[in-house]
Design a protein around this ligand. Structure first.
Ligand code: SAM
Length: 330
């Protein structure tokens, strides 16, 4: 075992860790050192299973219970339909992934449980028109369809290869009649607001970002340095995607913005800039949701009511995940 641990330890990319050390000590203070311990210890990482309501697997839930899994979200969450089932456990270790088999639906999706928070915050209701602006590989699209049956569901992904991956995910999880409600496109998300203004009730902007967890294990240090240098450009892309999402929303509609980085420049700074530049956009309080799930997730304290930041900690190794919710008022 110690050999495996040493091997895993060796893969950490020092230049990225040094960069994070400096930035996140300044931004998160004392909280950073315990977050760093989890992020640099992949053997502590946990996985959750989101069950597919369209393909119930007999015996799966009792087998999960035998292996120490428990429901990750309290049943009392008002916007959680009974069919929404997600299991997690404190002990690390991975449940086997299911292979893609054409024509056969999968029973569950493996994910970081924090990925479900943006979906829950979006509160999609049956019949609503929904846009998932940056959708591949499709985990959150699948999760949205576990929560509700939209009137129309537009899943967009700019990257060609990732878009094919998205299509495969949808094919693996969503049965035929429902698939007809879904449109998959390969557009630059920055243009959708102009192409379909005031078209959607709900928009999810799960933005391209610095993926702290995976960047720490970059195999190529030169590529890592380049990524760190180009990091600033991400904020501008994120802001433009948000502007497009606002345009695409009907008045009264709402959007959720999420990233899997701790970086303030890509999180609250982008939201602040949007709120200060769009007078028709207001923050929406999600602190009730954060309180309701606080047994499973650790949050950064002192954030605004319209946002949350999940900090990975031992035994609750979910995140990083930033979530903010906004409403278009006119
Ligand atoms: N929502 C996905 C899920 O839950 O499986 C993960 C999305 S990932 C964080 C961000 C995605 O945005 C990437 O697949 C990336 O290729 C895509 N992307 C990057 N630039 C984009 C753009 N201009 N328009 C739309 N998508 C873009």
């Amino acid at each position: 075992i110690s050999l495996t641990l040493r091997k895993l330890q060796k893969q950490i990319c020092q230049v990225v860790l040094d960069h994070f050390e400096k930035q996140y000590t300044a931004e998160l203070g004392d909280a950073w050192s315990s977050v760093r311990d989890v992020l640099t210890s992949p053997w502590c990482w946990q996985h959750a299973l989101l069950l597919n309501r369209f393909s119930p697997s007999p015996g799966l839930e009792s087998s999960l219970a035998e292996q120490g899994y428990h429901p990750a979200f309290p049943a009392a969450l008002p916007y959680l339909p009974a069919a929404f089932r997600c299991y997690s456990r404190t002990a690390p270790g991975r449940f086997p992934a299911q292979k893609h088999q054409p024509g056969r639906l999968k029973g569950y999706y493996l994910l970081n449980a924090a990925s479900l928070l943006p979906v829950l915050a979006l509160e999609v209701r049956d019949g609503e028109d929904v846009l998932d602006l940056c959708a591949a590989p499709g985990g959150k699209s699948v999760a949205i369809l576990q929560c509700a049956c939209p009137g129309h569901f537009h899943c967009n992904e700019y990257d060609d290869m990732r878009s094919r991956w998205l299509e495969q995910t949808i094919e693996s999880f969503i049965p035929d009649p429902l698939v007809n409600l879904i449109t998959v496109s390969k557009l630059d998300g920055r243009q959708i607001g102009d192409l379909q203004p005031e078209f959607y009730d709900k928009v999810l902007v799960d933005a391209p970002c610095s993926n702290d967890r995976s960047w720490l294990f970059s195999a190529d240090p030169q590529q890592a340095v380049l990524r760190l240098m180009q990091r600033k450009e991400l904020s501008s892309l994120q802001f433009q995607l948000l502007r497009s999402a606002v345009k695409a929303l009907r008045p009264g509609g709402s959007l959720v913005y999420s990233t899997c980085t701790l970086s303030r420049a890509e999180n609250s700074d982008v939201i602040k800039l949007l709120l200060s530049s769009c007078s028709n956009v207001m923050p929406v309080d999600i602190s009730g949701m954060a309180r309701a799930v606080s047994q499973e997730f650790a949050f950064l304290s002192g954030t605004q009511q319209h946002e949350l930041l999940v900090l990975p900690e031992k035994g609750r190794a979910w995140g990083p995940m930033y979530v903010a919710k906004l409403k278009k008022v006119s």
